[in-house]
Design a protein around this ligand. Structure first.
Ligand code: PLP
Length: 386
């Protein structure tokens, strides 16, 4: 079945829920067993303790597992906890981990603080390294972390090349797949073992809940599950329900985000103040060939570089807009525009651009209105004395 069909029906069992289309929201901590024997063998039951998930949780797990072709999924309270749990599962004193330099900044921070505290040697690498990653592998390497396209900078990584090298070394590849929502990119089919999501973004889609998902291959599922359970992480049932509800319409939303984002990228390319547009779907992008090979589409988040660092000019573009708002968590219906700062945290592949890097989330508003709103910002910017 195609993704849109999966998203419409996965986890829906009307015959088990009085005919209702949607799964009930189970608010449950205690699970009752009919006999002592059933209590003692609860480990093999799918529902055994509220913290480990209810049918509400399982419906969402199944949605991610089917969407990405995994063996199983763990649902955790945020995208960041999805990333940190996956990394923790392969951390040990003396272990070496390779982390893409374009990784979401809070995940990088976890690596540089908590993983280092546990005695892990964290090494950041150039996201465009491709097969060159083989020269960084050590006998202590326990995992390779990727994010593609990268946060703020949008480099596409050569997943098949990296996964082939990792596989021959027996190391799992984990990827933050939030940008594609698991809809436009299928990392497990390209050799990754773990695909991590901030479901907070497109799955939830309405900026009203935080949630994370870890989609696992057969060989990593039990390890990840044990780690998540040992740490006692569980998400609330209402947020899980909202996420599944969001996923029912994720396909149509993403197609609209994609279409409007391409139109706005084309508009930005025509503005003289825009030095570069950071969108892998554009033929001008250095990552276009990889994106075309490994992705079936593009979501609504991308970047661009203004030809100025002057804060007042950046503020003239961004502040006081009628539609575009200044906010961080993206993937909702509303458009956002912010200055980003990849030059502040990059180490392995420094981000050297002569100007201000920006991040734009193209929402579901009318695209002509969005362009009109941006145009007002550029006019204000131009009207300032340089
Ligand atoms: C937002 C984001 C996260 C973190 O998600 P939260 O649910 O806010 O914790 C992780 N990775 C990427 C790429 C993100 O954009």
């Amino acid at each position: 079945m195609k993704d849109d069909t999966v998203l419409a029906h996965v986890g829906s069992r009307p015959e088990e829920q009085s005919g209702a289309v949607n799964p009930p929201v189970h608010h449950a901590s205690t699970i009752i067993f009919p006999t002592i024997k059933a209590l003692e063998s609860r480990g093999s039951a799918r529902v055994s303790y509220g913290r480990k998930g209810t049918p509400t949780t399982h419906a969402l797990e199944d949605a991610f597992t089917e969407l990405e072709g995994g063996a199983g999924t763990l649902i955790v309270p945020s995208g960041l906890s999805a990333a940190t749990m996956a990394l923790t599962a392969f951390a040990a004193p003396g272990a070496h981990m390779l982390v893409a330099d374009s990784t979401y900044q809070p995940t990088r921070q976890f690596c540089s603080t908590q993983l280092v505290r546990f005695g892990v040697q964290v090494e950041f690498y150039d996201p465009r390294i491709g097969a060159g990653i083989s020269s960084l592998l050590r006998k202590e390497t326990t995992a390779i972390w990727m994010e593609s396209p990268g946060s703020d900078t949008f480099e596409v990584q050569d997943l098949p090349a990296i996964a082939a090298i990792a596989r021959s070394a027996g190391i799992p590849v984990m990827i933050d797949n939030t940008w594609s929502a698991g809809y436009f990119h299928k990392p497990l089919s390209l050799g990754a073992d773990i695909s991590v999501h901030a479901a907070t973004k497109y799955a939830v889609g309405h900026s009203d809940a935080l949630l994370g998902a870890i989609v696992c291959s057969e060989r990593t599922y039990e390890t990840i599950k044990a780690t998540v359970h040992d740490y006692g992480l569980c998400a609330g049932p209402d947020d899980i329900y909202l996420t599944l509800r969001g996923m029912r319409t994720m396909g149509v939303r993403l197609k609209q985000h994609q279409q409007s984002a391409f139109a706005i990228a084309a508009y930005l390319m025509r503005q003289p103040e825009v030095a570069r547009v950071l969108h892998p779907g554009l033929p001008e992008s250095p990552d276009h060939a990889l994106w075309k090979r490994d992705f079936s589409g593009a979501s609504g988040l991308f970047g661009f570089v203004l030809d100025t660092h002057v804060a007042a000019k950046v503020a003239a573009l961004v502040e006081g807009r009628k539609i575009f708002r200044i906010g961080k968590s993206w993937g909702g219906f509303e458009s956002l525009l912010i200055p980003s700062g990849p030059e502040k945290y990059r180490t392995a592949a420094p981000w050297n651009v002569n100007g201000q890097t920006m991040r734009i989330q193209v929402g579901l508003e009318d695209v002509d209105d969005l362009i009109g709103d941006l145009d007002e910002g550029f006019q204000r910017m131009r009207s300032m004395l340089s």
